[in-house]
Design a protein around this ligand. Structure first.
Ligand code: UP6
Length: 274
């Protein structure tokens, strides 16, 4: 897979959300996903508008539960931006409860995530029932799920047999699980005779920074080159490396940083193909 283009993989991929993601990455020449972790609704929309409007990001990762004074009309504006600028929405919800509860959290409440987020993710900790619960809501809508097989944080418990079980769970639900949040490729993990040679599990990787190796709360950063070229991952997820740490979002600086990360991610991919 690390030798195939995103476009070739899009043609072969059976899941609609994964296909759309791969096609858009190819079309926009961007394997950058900007994680828009800002709390003001206007900063949230401005950052997305500026990075996606100039074609450098795809998809946008959201955390709608951190937005102050959440108003459902924000979702209409986000959806309009996603159509206008051609990007997918990935709500980084990290579901972690029993099947019945996650199905309700995904479909209902104030946020109704399934109705607007093309991709979401879940911790494998409850076992396969978390997938069954989310799939009952998301599959009919053409959505895709990522499992957190690994985390970027220091001391993460998602290693070894936990990661292996996550991969087995994904394989058993390949109609809905399109890949992982992880730090490396997963094809060789827990492989056996029944594993299909055609499987294409996407790897979206957070913990990416060009200027720093971590933060004071356990986050660890690697460069786009380490993630895409050396570890063979598919998408870099970048938050503070793009919009900075201050509460004032400087839209021009955001645009410049997004373009820097987009270029670094794409160059690493081109080197990988070569
Ligand atoms: N994220 C991680 N590591 C993981 C999983 N998810 O950092 O293992 C998410 C965080 C944040 C983003 O919730 O939204 O990726 C990374 O942000 P940063 O680039 O500002 O550190």
């Amino acid at each position: 897979l690390t030798r195939s283009t995103y476009g070739e993989r899009a043609k072969r991929h059976p899941n609609l959300a994964a296909k759309a993601l791969l096609e858009t990455i190819e079309r926009k020449k961007s394997n950058l996903c900007v994680s828009v972790d800002v709390t003001s609704p206007s900063d949230f929309l401005n950052v997305i508008d500026v990075v996606d409007g100039l074609q450098n990001s795809h998809p946008s990762q959201t955390h709608v539960d951190i937005i102050e004074d959440f108003d459902p009309s924000l979702i209409d504006r986000l959806t309009n931006l996603s159509k206008k600028h051609d990007f997918l929405i990935f709500e980084d919800r990290k579901f972690a409860d029993i099947g019945n509860t996650v199905a309700l959290q995904y479909s209902s409440g104030v946020q109704k995530i399934a109705s607007w987020s093309h991709i979401t993710n879940a911790h494998p900790v409850p076992g396969p029932s978390i997938i069954t619960g989310l799939k009952s809501v998301g599959l009919p809508l053409g959505r895709g799920l990522l499992l957190l097989a690994e985390m970027s944080t220091k001391g993460s418990l998602a290693t070894g047999s936990y990661t292996e079980e996550a991969v087995r769970m994904a394989r058993a639900h390949s109609d809905f699980v399109i890949g992982f949040i992880a730090q490396r490729r997963m094809e060789d993990v827990a492989r056996d005779d029944t594993t299909s040679d055609k499987e294409d599990l996407l790897i979206l990787t957070p913990g990416v920074g060009l200027e720093s190796r971590g933060d004071s709360m356990g986050q660890q950063y690697r460069t786009p080159e380490e993630v895409i070229l050396e570890s063979g991952c598919d998408v870099i997820i970048v938050g503070r490396g793009i919009y900075g740490k201050s509460s004032d979002v400087d839209v021009q600086a955001v645009q410049a940083q997004a373009e820097k990360y987009r270029r670094a991610g794409w160059e690493a991919y081109e080197k990988r193909l070569a």
